[in-house]
Design a protein. Structure first.
Length: 373
């Protein structure tokens, strides 16, 4: 039987599934897919039509997720499998025949490779709710990488810079591996001395082996090897804000990272801690075309409730222009508001009249006492 691979990378297939289930508000399945180590397994081959292949999608998930879904495991596997049938139609000789979800303990895998970091490890290394981007760079440029990290932070991206993010008390190589195991994507800072490093090519290879997106940043060198087919992002390391904006736009536009990046942008915008952050995030938000009604309502509330967003020049106008303005109060709400306002006015008038009557009564008593004297 000849060796073959499925025409699409497993990462791209899983990313498509994530978006399908997200739009159908199947958050449980989205969580499974986003936390799974996914791979294809060839299950059958037939010589028919020049060779027909059957594939199974294997999803290895952390134990705590598997434990929560075990009672519904068979139904979830069938649900994911039904979506796969939509993805293999364009390939006459390749078909999916099922999905198998299995548990995997943190720090272990059948191949001996550490692929499933625990929640505690992820939370220790990365900020919650942000896109996790590993910055592969030569140590000579660590200051510039740190500046890029700060600029990315304003755009909902938590960038891992080894020389800045590793605590002195922790074994540094293990921390780098943890970053590589838990990143959502990798950005390679292709400076002229990038290829000479003994680490950077391995970091890119790790990302490619996991099937996740590699974003080559052309900063004096062009992509090479297995990433040579990717055009990359041209920029200057001395312009971290412009480069960060380009990276963020790339992550949002790519199908493989769109879902995770859009969620990070929306979440970070809600909790924006400065007007500068609100403006940077707004430039990304208006690019999102698959906004849900619930997310739109959250954006409207944020524009009113978060002072950093409210006071950021042009942000509220841009949000309303891209996603529509909040609906006007319903007639019943307006009537209720008018009734409440009327009650408040009547109460205020009654209180004022009462004070005037009391004052007049006091003056009359005082006059009477004076006349008696």
């Amino acid at each position: 039987m000849p060796e073959s691979t499925f025409p699409k990378p497993v990462g791209e297939v899983v990313a498509t599934l994530v978006e399908l289930f997200r739009h159908q508000e199947r958050r449980e399945v989205v969580e499974i897919l986003e936390n799974a180590h996914a791979y294809f397994e060839e299950t059958n081959f037939d010589n028919l039509n020049g060779g027909t292949y059957s594939w199974g999608l294997r999803l290895e998930v952390p134990v705590h997720i598997f434990a929560s879904i075990e009672p519904r495991l068979s139904n979830i596997e069938k649900e994911v499998g039904s979506k796969l049938s939509h993805l293999d139609r364009q390939y006459a000789n390749h078909h999916f025949d099922g999905v198998i979800i299995s548990p995997i303990a943190p720090g272990t895998s059948p191949l001996g490779q550490r692929i499933a970091p625990s929640e505690l490890e992820v939370r220790r290394l990365w900020s919650n709710g942000r896109f996790r981007l590993f910055l592969s760079h030569v140590s000579k440029h660590k200051a510039m990488a740190a500046a890029l990290k700060s600029a990315l932070w304003l755009r909902g991206v938590d960038a891992f810079v080894a020389h800045e993010d590793i605590e002195p008390s922790l074994e540094w190589q293990g921390e780098i591996e943890l970053g590589l195991r838990s990143m959502h994507a990798l950005a390679a800072l292709l400076t002229s001395d990038f290829h000479a490093s003994m680490w950077t090519d391995q970091e890119m290879g790790w990302a490619l082996g996991r099937g996740i997106l590699v974003v080559p940043l052309r900063l004096g060198a062009d992509p090479y090897g297995l990433v040579g087919k990717i055009q990359g992002v041209a920029g200057k390391l001395e312009q971290p804000r412009k480069l960060a904006a380009q990276i963020a736009e790339t992550l949002l536009a790519n199908r493989q990272t769109h879902g995770e990046m859009r969620r990070a942008v929306l979440s970070t915008f809600t909790d924006a801690s400065s007007s500068e952050m609100a403006k940077a995030l707004c430039q990304l938000l208006v690019r999102i075309k698959d906004i849900t009604d619930e997310e739109r309502a959250t954006l409207w509330r944020t524009c009113n409730d978060n002072p950093h967003v409210t006071n950021a020049y042009g942000v509220r106008t841009s949000i309303y222009s891209a996603f529509g303005s909040p609906p006007a109060p319903r007639p019943t709400d307006r009537r209720q508001s008018e009734i409440s306002t009327g009650c408040e006015i009547r109460s205020s008038v009654a209180s004022m009249v009462s004070r005037q009557i009391t004052a007049a009564s006091n003056r009359a008593i005082q006059l009477a006492v004076t006349s008696a004297d």
